[in-house]
Design a binder for this molecule. Structure first.
Ligand SMILES: Cc1cc2nc3c(=O)[nH]c(=O)nc-3n(C[C@H](O)[C@H](O)[C@H](O)COP(=O)(O)OP(=O)(O)OC[C@H]3O[C@@H](n4cnc5c(N)ncnc54)[C@H](O)[C@@H]3O)c2cc1C
Length: 433
């Protein structure tokens, strides 16, 4: 029974924690969010550098991220205004281009594959055949393997893998293709490429990631009698017979329920001292992580890329984003390097120089950047490996729930995975009504 005394605490003001808070607040359930950082957003947050609004990393959403898009609208966002929405389009400069025409599914995908530039006729046919075979088996493998093995088993050529499947796998799973879970890769293909034209669309944010959802969510929670406390980290969780006590530097606070939506390392630390939750802490501690580097280069305002999003082959740069085309930040280019690699051995200045050289070699941009900023998120996402064991949203203690992109689910470490986990954890509490 969810009675009048139900009062929920949430640790973490990232996308998972704020999605949980909005879901509970919308049901009239009192909620308090504790966030240790000064600002909300966690691994998807706005950052102000050189008087320019950046994000801690360039993010991209897909049309199939329904829960994320719905909850952004629920707190007052406007998807049409907040994003530049592009048809599925993967362009690797001078070597590969795939663009989905606006046709009913799956024709849009088959047409995109058959018309792809840079692949031989037989490669285009084999990519189409691969997708049709995966549809037939409902994108479900009997045994997980790595994505590279799966693609080789289905006779995808090395060039086809390098130019098309690998960039999709690395950007979606942020895990090298020879380690990445084939099953999670297929889950992403099922919901994006295999969905409708709208599902496969790419959404590039025009506003920063704190403003996009977490800040609006905090206003929504406040309007529904809840509270969001920043610079207020939780130091310990103490289970009580009638609920949970949270210890912060400001004192102890009692609640009927807790949703722990902190980062995985922090959740493991908080759970490790509670005997009933220690095995969950061990499970989280067994997860490994992958980095994402975002190199921002501010060029003079007249510098533009041929596309809002453009990939390079055989370069350190994997994807470039023209923030002028996307968000009116003219001359600002974001270069993204996902997953582990040789770039990690370079200093930030060396990496920025290397990216500027690649822009010069590949696109003829001879201007010097006016400034650069490298943001290295060393633990950007969990390493989405074969048969990875991920903890559930429920725990052996009925009053304590877990949320976060790393909890069990179909998706890799993504905003959609984070938002879904927050909503699921909140619904566990709501369903006890
Ligand atoms: C550079 C980069 C690029 C990415 N690109 C994409 C992309 O293109 N598309 C996509 O879908 N996803 C992308 N992701 C992944 C996405 O950002 C994450 O999956 C998502 O933000 C995770 O949200 P979360 O709420 O689960 O965790 P977090 O964002 O980690 O939130 C946890 C929060 O808990 C707080 N916290 C921790 N400990 C405590 C404590 N003791 N007390 C109180 N608060 C605490 C933290 O400060 C943090 O705010 C990217 C991630 C990075 C880093």
């Amino acid at each position: 029974m969810l009675h009048k005394q139900t009062k929920v605490s949430i640790i973490g003001g990232g996308y998972a924690g704020m999605a949980a808070a909005v879901t509970l607040a919308a049901q009239g359930i009192p909620v308090i969010v504790f966030e240790s950082a000064k600002h909300l957003g966690g691994r998807a947050r706005g950052v102000l550098q050189n008087n320019t609004q950046l994000d801690n990393g360039q993010h991209i959403l897909l049309g199939c991220y329904r829960e994320t898009l719905n909850i952004i609208e629920k707190v007052g966002g406007n998807i049409g205004q907040d994003f530049l929405r592009l048809p599925l389009q993967l362009t690797l400069h001078h070597c590969f281009e795939l663009k989905a025409p606006n046709l009913p599914a799956p024709l849009h995908l088959l047409a995109a594959l058959l018309l792809a530039k840079g692949l031989s006729f037989s490669e285009r046919i084999s990519a189409g055949r691969f997708m049709l075979t995966m549809r037939r088996i409902k994108f479900k493998l009997r045994d997980d393997t790595n994505a590279l093995d799966l693609l080789r088993t289905y006779k995808q050529s090395e060039d086809l893998i390098r130019m098309m499947w690998e960039p999709i796998c690395i950007s979606a799973l942020n895990t090298p293709i020879n380690k990445a879970s084939a099953q999670v890769f297929l889950n992403v293909l099922r919901d994006s490429l295999n969905g409708s034209f709208a599902d496969s669309e790419m959404l590039l944010p025009r506003v920063d990631f704190s403003a996009l959802f977490p800040n609006r969510a905090a206003e929504f929670v406040a309007k529904h009698s809840g509270k969001v406390l920043t610079s207020c980290g939780v130091e310990a969780i103490i289970p009580r017979d009638d609920g949970v006590e949270l210890v912060t530097a400001q004192g102890s606070h009692h609640f009927s329920h807790l949703i722990c939506a902190a980062s995985p390392a922090s959740s493991a630390r908080l759970f490790s001292t509670i005997p009933a939750l220690a095995s969950i802490a061990d499970q989280i501690n067994a997860i490994s992580y992958q980095p994402i580097y975002t190199v921002y280069l501010q060029y003079p305002a007249h510098v533009v890329l041929p596309h809002a999003m453009l990939g390079f082959d055989h370069c350190f740069t994997q994807w470039l984003f023209d923030k002028g085309r996307i968000a009116g930040q003219h001359g600002l280019i974001a270069a993204v390097i996902s997953a582990e690699g040789l770039h990690q051995a370079l200093s930030h200045d060396q990496l920025a120089q290397k990216i500027a050289l690649e822009l010069c070699d590949q696109l003829g941009i001879i201007e010097e950047p006016l400034w650069h900023q490298v943001i290295a998120e060393k633990r950007a996402t969990f390493s989405c490996e074969v048969n990875l064991s991920r903890p559930a949203n429920t725990t052996p203690n009925n009053n304590i729930l877990l949320a976060g992109d790393f909890t069990a689910g179909d998706y890799p470490s993504t905003l959609e995975g984070a938002v879904m986990s927050g909503i699921n954890a909140a619904n566990e509490i709501i369903s006890t009504r």
